[in-house]
Design a binder for this molecule. Structure first.
Ligand code: GLA
Length: 390
């Protein structure tokens, strides 16, 4: 016996994501300069460079994919025929044929941030359209929202519209951290929440973003993760959010911070032309394992209060190991002194920590009570640690 209307119940096919998604998003580098060729080549690059093997799965088209106006008869958003002459289903099919997942973008206001049609008051129609395209991930932005419309309600509405399609679609809410987003967004069905304004490819930008979330990470957990924006790793100042660019030490720090904070790893560089340093960094399996740790516990921060240019992050991992990330955000090389007592490891317990350096893949030795590490300016050192009896 079914209750009346039960066959109409949609969504709830199980948890859509358990871990922070990994993939590529077009915005940081390409902005408006997107088309089918870019998506096809990026999908191919995800395979050829080993990104897919390392866990990168979602290929997401950001803003600027549609015509400027909806179809007057159906009311649907229409793909820009110059950019996507075969329509979005063909693009989606290609992405899926590579074993990847396909993502797209819309906005809770009447227009998107780049002034294309937004989904306000068209949520259920648009969600259905995305489902017909075979979309697996929707980034949902926050521009041109009518003053009278409640932001929380609009995220709920799209959350429900996506579930009503019956398709598993990652709902990536992007309200830039407004209204203490971490405190309510989980209730809207969102799987991700952008917690800050847009990233730029400068050291100051990724540092500011990371620092701003240090006291809010306990709200990020399986089912709904804190999204600190697409990575600028490997951009070296090129592309839309390019700005001054960063050096390789900064990119190591940015990537490792995102991993220590269990954030989505959405690449924003041109993945077709990554250099070897970038490729190795973003496919570092030890770092990715820290990011993708099933429990996604927030790190403990060990630096002194008010200390802003050093981050000591210590994270409990699901298999009983720990991760230790030491970040030097200053302009000078610094020594970091980690007192294990601060991690919870009482000296009287008689344990030591056996360390593996995750960048070098090298043995970091066995240490009792404390660890002293030299960290160059802008750089970081990250260890995986295990309790041992010395
Ligand atoms: C906002 C978002 C960005 C990007 C642009 C697109 O600024 O925060 O990530 O999606 O809109 O216009």
């Amino acid at each position: 016996m079914h209750a009346a209307g039960e066959e109409e119940r949609k969504g709830g096919n199980g948890m859509v994501i358990r871990k922070p998604p990994m993939g590529f998003n077009t915005w940081n580098t390409f902005g408006n300069r997107i088309d089918e060729k870019l998506i096809v080549e990026s999908a191919d690059a995800m395979i050829a460079t080993g990104l897919k093997d390392a866990g990168y799965e979602y290929l997401v088209i950001d803003d600027c994919w549609s015509k400027y106006e909806r179809d007057p008869e159906s009311g649907k958003i229409i793909p820009d025929p110059d950019k996507f002459p075969r329509g979005m289903r063909a693009v989606s099919d290609y992405v899926h044929s590579k074993g990847l997942k396909f993502g797209m973008y819309s906005c809770n206001g009447v227009r998107t941030c780049a002034d294309y049609p937004g989904s306000y008051d068209h949520e259920f129609l648009d969600a259905q359209t995305f489902a017909e395209y075979g979309v697996d991930y929707l980034k949902y932005d926050n521009c041109y929202r009518p003053e009278s419309a409640d932001q929380k309600m609009l995220y709920r509405r799209m959350g429900m519209a996506l579930r009503a399609t019956g398709r598993d679609i990652v709902f990536s809410a992007c309200n830039w951290g407004q209204n203490d987003v971490w405190s309510w967004i989980r209730s809207t069905g969102a799987h991700l929440y952008r917690s800050t304004g847009d990233i730029f490819d400068t050291p100051e930008s990724y540092r500011m973003i990371a620092r701003s979330q240090m006291d809010k990470l306990s709200a990020s957990a399986p089912g709904c993760f804190n999204d600190m924006d697409m990575l600028t790793v490997g951009m070296y100042g090129k592309g839309l959010v390019g700005s001054t660019g960063c050096n390789d030490a900064d990119y190591r720090s940015q990537f490792a911070l995102w991993c220590m904070f269990s954030c989505p790893l959405m690449l924003g560089c041109d993945i077709r032309y990554m250099n070897e340093a970038t490729r190795q960094l973003v496919t570092n399996r030890e770092l990715i394992a820290i990011d993708q740790d099933e429990e996604a516990r927030p790190p403990i921060f060990l630096q002194g209060e008010g200390e802003t240019d050093r981050i000591y992050a210590f994270k409990f991992l699901e298999n009983g190991d720990y991760a230790l990330g030491l970040f030097n955000l200053s302009e000078e090389d610094r020594d970091f002194n980690v007192l294990f007592n601060d991690t919870g490891l009482a000296a009287s317990a008689g344990y030591a920590l056996a360390l593996t350096n995750v960048f070098e893949g090298s043995n970091g030795g066995v240490h009792k009570e404390h660890l002293r590490v030299h960290v160059p300016s802008h750089d970081c050192v990250v260890y995986r640690a295990r309790l041992v009896r010395p």
